[in-house]
Design a protein around this ligand. Sequence first.
Ligand SMILES: [Zn+2]
Length: 424
Amino acid sequence: MIEPAEQQQDVVYRLRDGLVIVEQDEAGKPYFVVQDTGTGKVYGFNQASIKILRALDGKTTVSELIARMSGTPDAVERVRANVTSFLAKVQRAGLLDGGPPAASEPVRPGQRWMAALTKYNPFYLKLGVKNPSPVFRPLSKVFFPIFSYPGLMVLALLFAGSIFLITRDLKRFWYSFLIFQFFRWWVAAYALLFFSAVLHETGHAMACMRFGGDVRAMGFILYLLQPGCYTDVTDSWLFPSRVHRIVVSLAGVYIESFLFTFAIGVWYWTPHYSAPNQIAFIFAIILITRILINLIPFLRLDGYFILSDLVRVRNLRPRAFAYVISLIPWVGRSWRATRLSRREKTILLLYGLVAVAFIVIALSATVGKVYGILTHWSPHGALLFWTLTIGMVVPAALSVRKMLLTYRSDGEGSQHPAAREAVS
Ligand SMILES: [Zn+2]
C-alpha cells in the first residue's frame, strides 16, 4: 500500500498564475516578496525557498525535485521532510496549482467555537471597505506632487515659519493653553480632527499609490479600546526600496504637519482669543500630539513600521513578542525560533519588552476608567468588570497566539510579511 506521504512525492505542482514576484535586497541577501493579486496577500521567501517554487514547472515531480536537491543519499530524508512540509504550507496559502487537494480535517463543534474565538481580537477590531483605490485615483493630481522633494522643502519652510511665528508671540502661545479650561468649541475642534484623520489616511493611501501600490482596505478601528482609522497598505511590501515604504508610513503625519502649520498661521493672524483663533490653537495642539503619538514605535502605529524598516527586521513586532515568550522557562520551549543572529536577538528582546510595557500603559488608563464607571453605577460593577475583562482577554490571547505562531520564524521559507495597516 502506498502511504499518503509517499503519494505526495509523485505529484507535480505548478506555481499559480496571477502571482507577482519581486526581488529585494535584504542587507546583501536576496529576499523575494510574492503577492497573490487575487487576495492581495503577500508572502516572503528566501532564496532557497524561491528556488523550490521556481522548480515547480508542472512537469517535475516532487520526488525528482527532492532527489535533485539532496546531493548525497543520506540527505534525502532530511530534504524530503523539509520540502514536504514547505509545499504543504505554500499549498495551504493557495499559491500552487496541481497536486492532491489539501486535506481538510472534519471539524468538531469545539473547534468551530475555537476558530470563531480566535478570529477576532477585541483589542484590534476593524470595520472597513475593500479596495477604495478608485475613489482615490482622481485625487492623485493634487496629492502626488506633495510626495516629492519640492513638497518636502515646502513643508520644511512652512514648519520653520510656524516655529518662527510661535517664538515671535511666545507669551501668547503659552497663555493660549489656558483656553483648554474654558474652550466651548469642542464640536468644531472634533469636526476638524475627524477631517484631519481622514486626510491622514488619504495621505497613506496616496503615497502607496504614488509608488505603484494599490490600497486594499480602509476604515475604522478600535485599537487597545481607542477609536481610530486604518489604511491597508500591504502593497508597499512590494516596493523595491524600503525608503518608499518609509514614505508611505510617514505620509499620514506628513499631511497632518501641513495642517499644523496652517493652524499656527490662523492662530497667529486672527484676532487674539476670538473663536477661530481658539479653534486654530486647540487644533494645532491636538495635531502635534497626534503626530508625536503616531511616531511612537512601540504601539502598532505608523512609527512601528518606520522602525521596522529602519532596522531591517520584518514583522518586528510579532517576532519580538514571540521571542520574549520563548525566553520564559517551560512555557517558552515550543516558541524557540531558529537561526536568529545576535543582532536580531538584541533588537527583538529590547523591542518586545518596551512594547509590552507600552501596551500595559496604553490599556491601564482606559481599563481604570471603565472600572471606575462600572463600580460607580452598579452594585455588581466589579463582577461586571471581571466578566467583561475575561470575555475580552481570552479571545485576544487566542488570536494573538495564532498570529504570533504565524510570524514567529523568519527565513524558513513561508514566512508572511504581516499586513501593513497604517493605524492612527
Ligand atoms: Zn498613520
